[in-house]
Write a protein that binds this ligand. Sequence first.
Ligand SMILES: Cc1cc2nc3c(=O)[nH]c(=O)nc-3n(C[C@H](O)[C@H](O)[C@H](O)COP(=O)(O)O)c2cc1C
Length: 183
Amino acid sequence: MDLIDAIKGRRSIRKYKPDPIPEEALQKVMEAVKWAPSWANTQCWEVIAVRDPKVKSDLATALPKTNPALSSVTDAPLVLVLCGKKGISGYYKGQPATVKGDWLMFDTGLAMQNLCLAAHALGLGTVIIGMFDHKKAEEILGLPQNVEVVAMTPLGYPATEGSTPKRKELSEFVFYDEYLKKE
Ligand SMILES: Cc1cc2nc3c(=O)[nH]c(=O)nc-3n(C[C@H](O)[C@H](O)[C@H](O)COP(=O)(O)O)c2cc1C
């Protein structure tokens, strides 16, 4: 699949078939995470692949009932929980190197986008889920203090196509030479 087509064609998928994911496809998705860029190549991400229906059900209790992705956490054959090790990305000799502090959210975001695009290229669906009780998810998964849960996504074959939410026009967010300056 052409990269630009993949970027434009990927949609958030919230309905899944129960069909299992071939091991080879899962490895390709994980490889896409592996090759994401990161601060000084620190690779602070960790991924928990949740297959156990009991753990998936427990994770679903961390989502608010209003989250439109709720059913996907139990319906999809797999849920990938993206975690980040704290105090590594954006740090130099133990001190934050910039005013932004920990770049964990940025690097795990890049990893997640790689994951979602690779899944899409393989015919698999994803939806990034950020709206949930992170502390509860961390307890369910037994995370240590130095690691945090950032986001999760179900992974599986789409049962329906995702709708395409409208995007802003380039003229609304691209400026030249200074803020708000248009060509
Ligand atoms: C950081 C982040 C958190 C998100 N959290 C949720 C979520 O909790 N539930 C949900 O249904 N979708 C969630 N989404 C998916 C967005 O709603 C979706 O990406 C957006 O509407 C654009 O649609 P598209 O992905 O199909 O292009 C999240 C996306 C991002 C990037």
